[in-house]
Design a protein around this ligand. Structure first.
Ligand SMILES: Nc1nc2c(c(=O)[nH]1)N[C@H]1C(S)=C(S)[C@@H](COP(=O)(O)O)O[C@H]1N2
Ligand SMILES: [Mo]
Length: 530
């Protein structure tokens, strides 16, 4: 028996690669088309659900509780590995003829189709099927993509209709199919990953929206006092006292897509230097007393006069209560929190555990569940601290530790360790280089969370400081609007503002950059009276 000519069969590594990429193309395209077709059409999660169903309950329970919230990810990766191996075997069996590989890809599709057709609504006792024949379209698209990729790559690998003729060992010509195979493989891999990721994003977005909708309006046990009528000067150009969720400033390290975490999948471990570890899920958290507080959040990166400040009614569970339940051990000076996307944050335990501070694990923002971009389902909130040291969105881990033991994300990047919000003020109207009439009032905001605003003064053209009228105070942790009524001569003017908080401190004129612990200095605006 002599070996067949090199040209009529693929080398083993190439054959395995071709099979691997072909099944991934099938899964990626099947998933994308599935998520486009209907919520239950994708074969990949359907097979995943069957894997879970067929696994003994004790094992799945154990896996979910130890791996949460990553249990689904782990299942997905496990399935991808098995499918990848299957694809490599399919490729290796098809070194000479494409038939075995095509057949195995079809078998894979058949498995997916069966899983899709026999999906049941887990919430219905009658076990009604939730899919119909139309949902098989996604699996079919996947199989066709897999076949297409398989034949295409085999061709580039030197096999195809006229292989015998073109493979000339030892000549430069051999490099051509190899380069073609490389480029083709990369293209198939990128295509498969793009399609699969597209499907994942579509699915995640829909799931999270459904999860938010199912929660419905957030009703606190202890509502915040209503906002009094005179709390803002909106008619004269101040921001509205409560910032609508869609206009609330947003700052985070998210690159492309906001983490998609369903309330059902949320878990939080409170651990480290505590007497009793707490493991909370959504039901545990929301069965506790829900307190609503009106709080103004501010970002440390806000420049003087900048926009990164907003106010909302936040509803949540007080961290002082949770930490008392866990029992904080002596010396644990840092509450170190982690979000599902791996961002970390260090807050002083003294602030988080202080009942007067009313730091919370927030689930509601202006009576709605948190919007995904503001941390759905749960975020942390500590009034009086800049967001980067207190306001972890998509929070999944809370560890009591020391500042010496662990360094949070921004601390590693030279931002401050302790960052209480600085007493500041801003001129909102007139805007920079704006044109106003002689008796247009000057309007703005001032803030000194936890301390409260005592006085705001405005100076025009280096004249004397004039005390501005203050809007009704809502609480010490919110911004306070101010208004100065004057009559100015036509021409150009410069206004400056400074606030004094209730400790008697007047904000410094010394300018500091936002890094490391917040900007300081007086906001000034040049404008024209016409
Ligand atoms: N997971 C996560 N949480 C985060 C951040 C982040 O990058 N990732 N940024 C923080 C910063 S710097 C601020 S100022 C606030 C902003 O919250 P917001 O986007 O809801 O206004 O979130 C904080 N929480
Ligand atoms: Mo921030």
């Amino acid at each position: 028996m002599s070996p067949p000519p090199a040209s009529s069969r693929l080398s083993a590594p190439v054959a395995a690669l071709v099979g691997l990429l072909a099944v991934f193309a099938a899964v990626g395209v099947g998933h994308l088309v599935g998520e486009l077709v209907s919520p239950n059409a994708s074969p990949f999660p359907a097979v995943g659900a069957d894997v879970v169903d067929l696994t003994p309950y004790r094992i799945t329970e154990f896996a979910t509780s130890t791996l949460a919230p990553y249990h689904k990810l782990v299942l997905g990766i496990g399935m991808a590995v098995v499918i990848g191996l299957f694809g490599m075997i399919a490729g290796l069996l098809s070194r000479r003829s494409a038939m075995p590989g095509l057949l195995l890809i079809f078998v894979l599709g058949l498995l997916g189709a069966v899983a899709v057709l026999f999906e049941f609504d887990p919430t219905s006792v009658t076990r009604d099927p939730i899919t119909d024949a139309f949902d098989l379209f996604a699996t079919l698209a996947g199989v066709l993509a897999g076949w297409g990729a398989f034949l295409f790559l085999r061709r580039l690998g030197g096999l195809g209709r006229n292989v015998e003729g073109d493979a000339r060992e030892g000549t430069g010509a051999a490099a051509v199919p190899r380069r073609g195979l490389l480029v083709g493989s990369a293209a198939v891999a990128v295509g498969a990953v793009t399609a699969g990721t597209g499907g994942v994003l579509l699915a995640g977005r829909r799931d999270v929206e459904a999860s938010r909708r199912a929660i419905g309006p957030i009703r606190p046990d202890v509502p915040a006092p209503p906002i009094p009528a005179g709390a803002d000067f909106t008619a004269d150009g101040s921001p509205r006292f409560i910032t609508p969720n869609s206009e609330f400033y947003r700052v985070d390290t998210v690159l492309l897509t906001v983490p998609q975490l369903r309330a059902e999948d949320w878990r939080l471990r409170i651990h480290g230097m505590v007497d009793r570890e707490l493991n909370l899920d959504w039901a545990d958290l929301t069965s506790r007393r829900l307190v609503e507080r009106t709080v103004t959040m501010t970002c440390v990166s806000n420049e003087i006069g900048g926009p990164y400040i907003s106010t909302a009614n936040f509803t949540g569970v007080l961290l002082a209560d949770l930490l008392a339940e866990a029992g904080v051990q002596k010396g644990a000076d840092q509450v170190f929190t982690t979000s599902i996307d791996g961002w970390t944050c260090g807050s002083p335990t003294s602030d988080v555990a202080d009942p007067g501070r009313q730091a919370m694990l927030a689930i509601g923002m202006n009576s709605e569940p948190l919007p995904p971009e503001h941390g759905f389902p749960v975020r942390m909130l500590v009034p009086g601290l800049y967001g980067f040291v207190s306001a972890t969105k998509w929070i999944v881990d809370l560890e009591l530790t020391t500042f010496d033991a662990e360094q949070a994300y921004w601390l590693q990047r030279d931002w401050g360790r302790l960052a209480p919000i600085k007493t500041m003020s801003r001129i909102d109207s007139p805007g920079s280089f704006g044109q106003v009439s002689p008796d247009t009032p000057l309007i703005g905001i001032a803030w000194a969370q936890t301390k409260g605003i005592e006085k705001v003064e405005v100076r025009i053209d280096q004249g004397p400081w004039q005390v501005a009228e203050l809007a009704t105070e809502v609480n010490l942790d919110t911004w306070r609007m101010w208004r100065l009524t004057t009559r100015l001569q036509p021409g150009s003017h410069v206004a400056q503002v400074r606030a004094t908080d209730k400790t008697g401190y007047t904000q410094t004129e010394d300018r500091a950059a936002p890094i490391p612990d917040g900007a300081s200095g007086w906001h000034r605006v040049a404008f024209t009276v016409v």
